[in-house]
Design a protein around this ligand. Structure first.
Ligand code: MG
Length: 353
């Protein structure tokens, strides 16, 4: 057996092989998550709906209307943090993924994995939070399941939600639809959710005055779609952050994307926390933000409509879609340089959603 390398008493652990077993980085939402899905899940379940690779699957129905269907599991720790909790997250996360297809979210299902010993008063708070978030979004939770596992086998509770919504005729939104010349709009500040959760864990070593941005975006999305028929992509930059999400869009549409660093809205407290921890806010998760890719001629109208909604008050144009460097995202820095923005590699912040 090989001895671990030691240097001045420090032990460098032998890295876990991520080709043979699941490691935390597979849950990052970045490159490792994408590789895992591409290697194991997509080939097994392969079909045109899944292959589109969007936030929700869009399926036809016998009665004409198309449905958007999405599912998401929530394992955030701690269960409560500034601005939200696992219950609000589990409703908003799925509502948002359905809304990102231009759909009207209507119904959710919820599956609960409960750990033996979980306080019922805590469960009641989570359920009340889900009820309130569903009312805010205007959706109903119409089916559910509960399972209990032994003490130590789950971290309090995990929640999986599935959402269904309908898409109006004529609405065609998806990551592959971005076109050179389109404008990229972001609905507000980035990194709030990730930093709020880290702050609640005490991982920052100081208290950051940051609240999670968790919110149901379906009403904002409805306004955006009512404003322009030329909205090409809607996507929520959750795990992996804005950097990873823009890469997904660039790859799906085989276009290039250029963003401006000075246009990215970042709260000073988030910027400060990222600076200290060595994080790039471009890769920190958001739970109440949307990236909108829209035809240039409608961009100002859409921006105005977003700013008129409370969840889009800080909306900003952050960049544009270009024909050059298909599949790649570039950032123009404040001092005029240009660098590649890649997919998040490895894991930055585990279990933030
Ligand atoms: Mg999403």
């Amino acid at each position: 057996m090989t001895e671990p390398t030691t240097m001045q008493g420090a032990v460098c652990p032998i890295p876990l092989s991520h080709d043979e077993q699941i490691v935390m980085g597979h849950g990052s939402g970045g490159k490792m998550s994408h590789d895992l899905i591409a290697k194991y899940f997509t080939p097994a379940f392969d079909n045109p709906v899944l292959r589109a690779g969007d936030d929700a699957g869009v399926v036809p129905t016998q009665v004409g209307a198309r449905l958007a269907i999405s599912t998401d599991s929530h394992v955030v720790t701690p269960l409560f943090f500034p601005g939200g909790d696992i219950g609000r997250l589990s409703v908003c996360g799925t509502v948002n993924d359905v809304a990102m297809m231009g759909a009207t979210p209507l119904y959710l299902t919820a599956g609960f994995i409960l750990e033996e010993g979980l306080q019922l008063a805590l469960l009641a708070r989570v359920i009340e939070s889900m009820r309130a978030a569903a009312a805010e979004a205007g959706v109903q939770i119409v089916a559910g399941d509960t399972k209990v596992v032994q003490r130590g086998k789950a971290d309090g509770l995990y929640i999986t939600t599935t959402g269904v919504g309908t898409i109006q005729a004529g609405v065609a939104i998806g990551g592959a639809r971005a076109q050179p010349g389109d404008i990229v709009i972001l609905s507000g500040t980035i990194g709030d959710h990730g930093i709020a959760v880290l702050s609640a864990r005490g991982d920052l070593g100081f208290e950051a005055e940051v609240q999670s941005d968790i919110a149901p975006l379906n009403h904002l999305i409805a306004q955006i779609i009512a404003t322009s028929e030329r909205v090409h992509v809607l996507r929520d930059p959750t795990r992996g952050g804005v950097g990873t999400t823009l890469n997904e869009i660039a790859r799906q549409s085989q276009t290039g994307i250029v963003i401006r660093e000075d246009a990215l809205p970042v709260r000073p407290a988030v910027a400060a926390a990222c600076e200290i921890l060595g994080f790039d806010p471009l890769y920190v998760a958001n739970e109440g933000k949307v990236i909108v890719v829209v035809a240039r001629q409608d961009a100002e109208q859409v921006l105005a409509a977003m700013r008129a909604h409370p969840l889009g008050a800080d909306a900003a144009i952050i960049g544009a879609v270009v024909a050059e460097h298909p599949g790649k995202v570039y950032l123009r820095s404040r001092i005029g340089g240009r660098r590649v923005v890649d997919l998040l590699s490895g894991e930055q912040l585990p279990r933030i959603c």
